[in-house]
Design a protein around this ligand. Structure first.
Ligand SMILES: [Zn+2]
Length: 336
């Protein structure tokens, strides 16, 4: 037991040190993103990062002269990222070679129970602390104006998980570990299927499949970088001053290659008198796209300045496809 506790401490401490050495916090604050760049960290430590359609394994760490990390392409981005963080732990702590299967997802990273070799326990604790440190939860909470109490609410936890780039389940456990929610609240939350939360958000629209994620974007996402998957859905919910003749214009979204699949206005009773409605537009990304758009609330018949603007920046290239990690490949090709 004492040994197990020591292994967890070693892993957690290593994650903290690497965050500091790579300036991860500063990088996130600068980019406006919500998640830790785990693949970038692997590359920075000098390992070759490859993605391959592995069947039985989620990932592997191979030390030696040909220092490398291998990650499967057969799983969604949050699983690729978690696997990457686990392998990064092996790499950073200079462990023996490791082949890792689904078990890394099932193990509780901070449990001292069970028989597990020391380096696996260290890598588990490292992965968890590397992806979801307390300061990153706090940063996302602050941006979204969520309170700790609000995080007992499944839709909030799900939206937080999208911004952190971790699975819904892993996010529940991280919130419990940082004592934002209680054990009982965590048990209740993990019992809920993300599909139920997606259905609540997509009233009036049925997607081709329920595997894609559904982002709820509001004025709190102003300027933030949205890092998602190529078929993700976006529910943009904004207050609209239609009584004063203002309308949100979503043409830019369409021009950027998104399909607008649903458009709705909800009447907010308390504010209906002032002519303020909530506009809810659902868009779907059709490709691996990257860019930014500015939505404007304007009076279509007048050439005056927009009443409000919303800048959305997005990178929807996940999950990673087979081959060398793209940014690394570009660097190698440029150097050649
Ligand atoms: Zn391992």
């Amino acid at each position: 037991m004492a040994d197990n506790r020591a292994a967890i401490l070693t892993g957690a401490k290593a994650a903290h040190t690497l965050h500091r050495d790579l300036g991860i916090k500063e990088q996130i604050e600068r980019s406006g993103g919500g998640r830790v760049d785990v693949f970038g960290a692997i590359a920075k430590l000098g390992a070759t990062l490859m993605f391959q359609p592995l069947d039985k394994l989620l990932g592997a760490y191979l030390p030696g002269d040909e220092l490398g990390v291998l990650i499967t392409t057969k799983r969604p981005l949050p699983v690729q990222r978690f696997t990457g963080a686990h392998e990064l732990g092996h790499l950073y702590m200079q462990h023996e070679p490791s082949l890792d299967d689904d078990n890394i997802l099932r193990r509780a990273p901070f449990s001292t129970a069970g028989r597990l070799n020391r380096q696996e326990r260290e890598a588990d604790a490292f992965a968890s602390m590397f992806l979801t440190p307390a300061w990153l939860l706090a940063l996302n909470l602050e941006r979204q104006r969520w309170t700790a109490r609000g995080l007992s609410d499944p839709p909030h936890v799900y939206q937080l998980s999208l911004r952190l780039g971790t699975s819904y389940r892993a996010t529940c456990y991280a919130l419990e570990r940082h004592k934002v929610i209680s054990r009982d609240q965590c048990v209740h939350l993990v019992d809920i299927e993300p599909k139920e939360i997606k259905q609540q958000l997509l009233v009036g629209y049925e997607p081709p499949d329920w595997r894609s994620d559904v982002w709820l974007l509001t004025e709190h996402d102003q300027g933030a970088l949205i890092e998602g998957g190529r078929n993700d859905l976006f529910v943009v919910r904004l207050r609209e001053n239609s009584g004063a003749g203002y309308l949100w214009n979503f043409d830019q979204l369409r021009d950027a290659g998104f399909a607008l699949v649903h458009d709705d206005r909800e009447e907010d009773n308390a504010e209906a008198i002032g002519g303020i409605l909530t506009r809810k537009v659902t868009a779907r990304s059709e490709d691996r796209v990257q860019g930014q758009i500015t939505l404007q609330e304007t009076r279509p018949w007048l050439a005056d300045a927009p009443l409000h603007e919303l800048l959305l920046r997005y990178d929807l290239r996940g999950p990673e496809s087979p081959g060398m990690w793209e940014p690394e490949l570009k660097r190698v090709l440029q150097a050649a």
